[in-house]
Design a protein around this ligand. Structure first.
Ligand code: LMR
Length: 345
């Protein structure tokens, strides 16, 4: 909450918001220098040592340096301030100013963003930068999304986590191995259809609840990149991981548009530059962070990792491509889905 922004509000609203938001008026908090004129609260749901956690720290470092501490960035990781269920609402009400939710978390607000949830959109991490660049068809569909704009949400960048693996207490080498199992999913219809195509059921659930749900066997398994599995200790309650690289977790770095517009022009430009630099940094570190997490899981010895052969991976792919892609043509945008299908080898 910024002093300028507070001034723009009516007195009573400002008082309520100041009471609700620790750090309003008081400078610093979890953020930067004591002389900050503006504070960006940046909430996310993962730990600080993941691709998103690290990129958020980089964003804070770069922006506080660029602005000589005029903007302080307070980072709230691990769902400690807001979780999946309320963070987008908090952004729209300016209770936080920035977030980087995975694309699937936007399903209610802007269902088109499920394009990034399409299974097997990427064959390897090397395909990611081109497909999600701001000038690509996929990038444009996200950056220029009208529903986000209408809801005071502006896209500042696209960050990676990486490719998802399947975990459960059963080995999963072919789709029929998933028959009758239940998987936790992010709240995306595309992901529900993906698991259904493999004969499994899917339960949407907030990220913060996944570890307990696995431990208590509320669900049998889940899908995530290694960094999320390891940092949430999911591997300690899952005996098997299939290295399927079947889907992508990518983050949409977003800011409350009214907050951004309330900043002087030079500071607005600094925010965009810090977003660009942290995006480049995120791309540099994401693969290594996931490789290190895989190694940590192997070293822990709790979980058997099964890298799928090309043929095994193809058997999973054949169940969902093109079927699930076609099923969501209307939701995601028929032209975009047709273009993606045409470039599918
Ligand atoms: C999940 O809910 O599994 C992920 O989107 C969490 C995250 O932000 O990486």
């Amino acid at each position: 909450m910024t002093s300028t922004y507070v001034k723009a509000l009516t007195g009573s609203t400002a008082i309520v918001l100041c009471v609700a938001l620790a750090g309003c008026g008081a400078r610093g908090g979890g953020g930067g220098g004591g002389d900050a004129e503006y504070t960006i609260k940046f909430s996310h749901v993962v730990t600080g040592d993941t691709p998103k956690g690290k990129a958020a720290e980089e964003f804070k470092k770069v922006l506080e340096e660029k602005t000589d501490g005029k903007i302080a960035v307070e980072i709230y990781p691990n769902s400690e301030l807001y979780g999946d269920e309320d963070e987008l609402q908090a952004l729209q009400s300016n209770s936080v100013q920035m977030l980087a939710p995975a694309s699937a978390k936007f399903t209610t607000l802007a269902p088109e963003l499920q394009v990034l949830d399409l299974p097997f959109l990427f064959d390897s991490t090397e395909d990611i930068p081109e497909i999600v660049s701001p000038d690509s068809a996929v990038g444009k569909a996200i950056y220029e999304n009208k529903k986000l704009a209408d809801n005071k949400v502006k896209v500042m960048g696209l960050w990676d986590n990486g490719l998802k693996q399947l975990s459960s207490n059963e080995p999963m080498r072919k789709p029929s191995d998933l028959n009758g199992l239940s998987f936790r999913i992010q709240p995306s219809d595309v992901l529900r259809s993906q698991f259904k195509s493999w004969g499994a059921s899917a339960t949407p659930m907030a990220f913060a609840e996944v570890y307990n749900a696995l431990q208590q066997k509320v669900v049998d398994g889940q899908e995530n990149p290694y960094s999320n599995i390891e940092s949430q200790k999911m591997h300690t309650v899952q005996k098997h991981i299939s290295e399927s690289n079947h889907g992508y977790i990518g983050y949409v770095l977003v800011i409350n548009t009214e907050f951004l517009d309330s900043l002087p022009d030079d500071l607005q430009a600094d925010v965009q530059e810090a977003a660009d630099e942290s995006t480049a940094y995120n791309r540099e570190v994401a693969v290594d962070v996931n490789n290190d997490a895989k190694k940590a899981i192997e070293d822990a010895g709790t979980t058997e990792i099964h890298p799928l052969s090309e043929q095994e991976r193809k058997a999973f792919k054949d169940e969902v491509v093109p079927k699930v892609w076609q099923q969501y043509g209307e939701v995601i945008g028929q032209e975009l889905v047709d273009e993606l299908l045409a470039s599918e080898k």
